[in-house]
Write a protein that binds this ligand. Structure first.
Ligand code: AGP
Length: 610
């Protein structure tokens, strides 16, 4: 999952490319580079590190031109080095290439080229493309012939690519090709941009053409030319991508986005609950009430945090709407031969709307003719566009790699979906009104949960050096335990595991000792006593316990080593508030350990490779 931006037009490419890369750094930030056509040749500047490091290096350079390509990388093949940074060129620097995706047959192609005497400068799969492209373009005379030659070249590739190619022979042209990794063409007054997603073009235009799988095109200052296909490639108007208005008073985007949650939950609900109506309006789902009445199973498919949100919804839909639910990792569902009935609704959940596995699972279920919808945050993203309908989170840009506000906004939208199906399946109007009323109170409770940050910071500092932590919860707090463990892992690099609290006895309790703390999520609920027993089992083995408990619960304070309180909310709504201390705990543990909270090592915000 890398970010790529190309520009050709009347303006200097360098600043447009760097600004575009900066907006795409959430896709990967190991290394960055640019290539521009300059004085009849190709000038390349690239290095390991962030886009800001590259920009600093370019300040003193003479790199200049109005046609260029650029890349910010998340390493797939080859380590994080200057040599492995994109763009890559052929040995004679006839072409330069930037690539998002994975070429699965790159080793065989490399071997063939090496046998012809080609020497590679990097370990990447992309450099193989550069060598092949240079050879493919050697005999062509026109840009049109070049698109044909590129189409033939990419047909030798197995895998995925969003590809931009510069060629010395065509100094005012960018060639692009797409299979499996997102690309779009932005049409600005001063020129054209080709980029991974709308974020990178939004400052210049709201007119885009989505480049589809199998497309090859040439773009120059006068226009663009798709290699003949049956597609009409219509120009679409995109919503202006809300750029995050910076950090404001916050130190990190993750912190800012945690505090945005009362507002983002409110935003997720806006327009769906009409006064005095006891059933949410979900017109975006593009499902009639009659169709909804015939649905007898829902399959959610997602990855990471979005998967955990789906697990919470599984409890809600089964308990409140009496609807059977399955939750599948997208990376598994896409390859499973899972029988999906005709009355099954498949819902893909994705903050970025670009997660390769989730997109592939959606495509596979659509190919099988199933009813597929999506819950997405990024407007106009691939998953949003390819689903047959769905709901946007309207959470605004989530810049921090660790998902926080998207999770609680997903819960909000999933609860709307739950209430909708409950009412369709006969739950009373009064119950519907009660559920929606409670749901609309949630932002206040989340805001209150955030007020315990200082206490949480102290606890995080206390445990900053542990090697592993266990997270335990029951019912809807079991997915929250999984989410809390994921948060800690991804931002503080402390190992953590989430379990159903009762599952401890079946093995994991062997891990418990005085160096291994457990976070036990035990707000007041029907399962309170059961979880308290699990807490005591851990204490009996000298395991430190951090309890997440309901405000006013003094009993648990006598048993746990530390207690973090959350507001008292009805059982089914607890995930909205119990996740908050876990987000804050991971954030402060990461700070205490000097980790890069917003751009954790090895990660990227949008995993667009499988
Ligand atoms: C969550 O904090 C992680 N960044 C990661 O697990 C993420 O949730 C996962 O990659 C799915 O992303 P998506 O919601 O954009 O599809």
């Amino acid at each position: 999952m890398c970010g790529i931006v190309g520009y050709v037009g009347s303006k200097e490419a360098r600043s447009i490319l760097l600004e575009g890369l900066q907006t795409l750094e959430y896709r990967g930030y190991d290394s960055a580079g640019v290539a521009v056509i300059q004085a009849g040749g190709i000038e390349v500047k690239k290095r390991a590190g962030r886009v800001a490091d590259l920009a600093k290096e370019l300040e003193g350079s003479t790199l200049s031109g109005t046609c260029g390509i650029s890349h910010t990388r998340w390493a797939t093949h080859g380590g994080v080095t200057n040599a492995n940074a994109h763009p890559h060129t052929d040995e004679a620097r006839e072409v330069a290439v930037v690539h998002n995706g994975v070429i699965e047959n790159h080793a065989a192609l490399r071997t063939t080229l090496e046998k012809e005497g080609v020497e590679f400068a990097s370990e990447t799969d992309t450099e193989v493309i550069a060598m092949l492209a240079a050879r493919a373009l050697r005999k062509v005379r026109t840009a049109k012939e070049a698109t044909v030659a590129i189409s033939k070249m990419v047909s030798k590739l197995t895998g995925t690519y969003g590809l931009l190619i510069l060629s010395k022979k065509f100094p005012d042209t960018i060639f692009a090709a797409r299979l499996g990794s997102p690309l779009l063409l932005g049409i600005a007054k001063h020129g054209y941009l080709v980029a991974s997603d709308a974020t990178a073009v939004s400052a210049h235009t709201d007119q885009v053409i989505y480049i589809e799988d199998g497309d090859v095109l040439a773009v120059n200052p006068k226009g663009y030319q798709f290699l003949k296909t049956e597609r009409n490639h219509s120009v679409e108007q995109i919503e202006k991508v809300e750029m995050s208005e910076g950090l404001g008073k916050f130190t990190h985007y993750m912190q800012k986005e945690m505090y945005e949650q009362p507002a983002s939950i409110t935003s997720a609900l806006r327009g769906h609950i009409l006064k005095n109506e006891a059933i949410p309006r979900l017109s975006g789902m593009n499902i009639t009430d009659e169709q909804a009445g015939q649905i007898d199973r829902i399959i959610f498919t997602a990855c990471g945090t979005s998967y955990h949100a789906a697990l919470v919804a599984e409890y809600w839909l089964e308990e409140i709407a009496g609807l059977p639910v399955e939750v599948e990792y997208a990376s598994e569902l896409r390859y499973r031969k899972s029988p999906v009935g005709d009355n099954t609704l498949v819902v893909a959940i994705s903050q970025s709307g670009e997660t390769a596995d989730t997109l592939a699972a959606l495509r596979e279920l659509k190919r099988q003719g199933k009813l597929v919808r999506a819950l997405v945050n990024v407007v106009g993203s691939s998953i949003a566009r390819e689903a047959g309908g769905g709901l946007y989170l309207h959470a605004g840009p989530e810049i921090g790699v660790a998902s926080t506000k998207a999770f609680t906004s997903q819960l909000a939208v999933l609860f709307l979906l739950t209430t909708y199906f409950a009412r369709i399946r006969g739950v009373s109007k009064a119950k519907g009104k009660e559920l929606l009323k409670e749901l609309q109170n949630i932002p206040v409770h989340v805001k209150k949960a955030l007020t315990y940050e200082h206490e949480i910071e102290t606890i995080a500092e206390r445990y900053q050096d542990v090697h592993t932590m266990l997270y335990l919860g029951r019912g809807t707090n079991y997915p929250v335990a999984l989410e809390g463990a994921l948060k800690l892992k991804e931002v503080s690099y402390i190992h953590a595991e989430g379990y159903p609290a009762a599952e401890m006895k079946h093995g994991p309790i062997a891990l418990v000792d005085k160096e291994t703390p457990s976070v036990i999520i035990n707000p007041r609920s029907a399962l309170y006593d059961k979880v308290m027993s699990n807490l005591e089992e851990i204490k009996a083995r000298n395991g430190p316990v951090i309890a997440i408990a309901t405000e006013g619960d003094r009993a648990i304070a006598k048993k746990a080593d530390q207690v973090i309180y959350v507001p008292d909310v009805p059982d089914i709504f607890q995930p909205f508030v119990t996740v908050i201390p876990l987000q804050l705990l991971s954030y402060h543990a990461a700070l205490a350990r000097g980790c890069d909270v917003d751009k954790p090592r090895n990660l990227a915000k949008s995993v667009t490779v499988e």
